[in-house]
Design a protein around this ligand. Structure first.
Ligand code: PSU
Ligand code: MN
Length: 331
């Protein structure tokens, strides 16, 4: 079966894509594993409204009913949010198995990027990306999100990476993989709940239009994804030192309870929500909304530029006449 037979794209998203109108992909691990019910449902509804207000069509992506659904809504969205962590967390390696074996799954940044690219969506908004975990030199725990960014042509708008991760090592790994990190109106790489991580981005862009031009050229050159780092709004930013103490406590808890691998990120998030009495959850929602607004503006600017995804057959010769001319050139 061709890839498109595994995708179920909503009519609204399909129509927008066919008309070259802006679409913003949204991930769903943040719904199933990133936040509790009902805040997770409220969050996605608010985020979708923000995307619409900023002139784009939202496309929440998840694995449901044996399909990669692009543009999950209504009852399906409710089912996903209620299912919470009873749903699977689908990373790249889980996709084929889940499509065959069935079951509902939230898609991580890596998987959402892949599905977005298959559907022809170029811009994606999330909270924070996965990265290199603290202690990765012994655990080897490095999110598949980083490798996906290197190979899949989607721009991901995030609020940096959570300081539950090792941010310098995360940025080093992105550099190794050739992923451009653009600071949206900032030269500081943000740390999710805090506006600064103490690390610099590669390049600062001043507008959605400027970001769109860089992304369009990156895609035209066939060079993989782009990370756009957009700091949490000032009004919701948390004190970096206060949150650091909570993070260290959450990591100690995870070690004591032997939590690792794919369960680690959801565990730490939940523990930090509890330790901050829900303040980190409020901040988390605010930053996702902020990223959705910027992603919608970038998607609109890309559609203004006429930047369309490249055809899927880019690795094959374009036409017969071209491939015929090759032996001639050799001779
Ligand atoms: N950032 C958030 N909330 C989340 C995640 C990231 O603010 O729920 C999720 C994303 O889906 C990301 C995933 O892709 O965690 C990374 O998981 P891992 O570290 O296991 O790769
Ligand atoms: Mn991991």
């Amino acid at each position: 079966m061709p890839v498109k037979d595994h995708l179920s794209i909503s009519p609204e998203v399909r129509k927008a894509l066919a008309g070259g109108r802006p679409v913003v992909a949204l991930e769903s691990t943040i719904i199933t594993h990133g936040m509790p019910y009902p805040q997770n449902l409220e969050m996605v509804q608010r985020v979708e409204a923000v995307v619409r207000r900023n002139g784009a069509v939202p496309a929440t992506i998840a694995i449901m009913d044996g399909k990669l659904k692009v543009g999950v809504k209504g009852e399906d969205l409710e089912r996903l949010a209620r299912g919470g962590s009873k749903a699977a967390k689908a990373s790249r390696r889980d996709v084929a198995a889940l499509l065959v074996l069935g079951g509902m799954a939230g898609t991580t940044v890596a998987t959402t990027m892949m599905a977005a690219a298959w559907a022809g969506i170029q811009v994606f908004a999330t909270g924070g990306i996965g990265g290199v975990h603290r202690g990765a030199e012994t655990t080897f725990d490095i999110s598949a999100d980083l490798e996906e960014l290197s190979q899949t042509q989607v721009a991901v708008v995030c609020a940096g990476a959570k300081s539950i991760l090792d941010i310098p090592k995360t940025l080093e790994t992105l550099e190794t993989h050739g992923v451009p990190v653009l600071g949206y109106k900032t030269e500081d790489f943000p740390a999710f709940w805090a506006r600064q991580s103490g690390q610099k981005v590669d390049h600062r862009v001043e507008s959605a239009e400027e970001a769109a031009r860089v992304i369009a050229l990156q895609f035209e050159l066939g060079m993989g994804g782009v990370l756009v780092a957009n700091p949490i709004p000032e009004s919701h930013a948390m004190d970096a030192r206060a949150i650091e103490a909570r993070i260290e406590e959450a990591i100690r808890c995870a070690e004591a309870e032997g939590v690792s691998r794919k369960d680690l990120t959801p565990f730490l998030l939940k523990r930090i929500f509890e330790l901050t009495e829900g303040k980190s959850l409020v901040a988390n929602i605010a930053l996702v909304e902020n990223n959705a607004a910027v992603a919608a503006e970038i998607a609109a600017a890309m559609s203004e530029l006429g930047a369309r995804p490249k055809s899927k057959s880019k690795s094959k010769p374009k036409s017969k006449s071209k491939s015929k001319s090759k032996p001639k050139a050799k001779a």
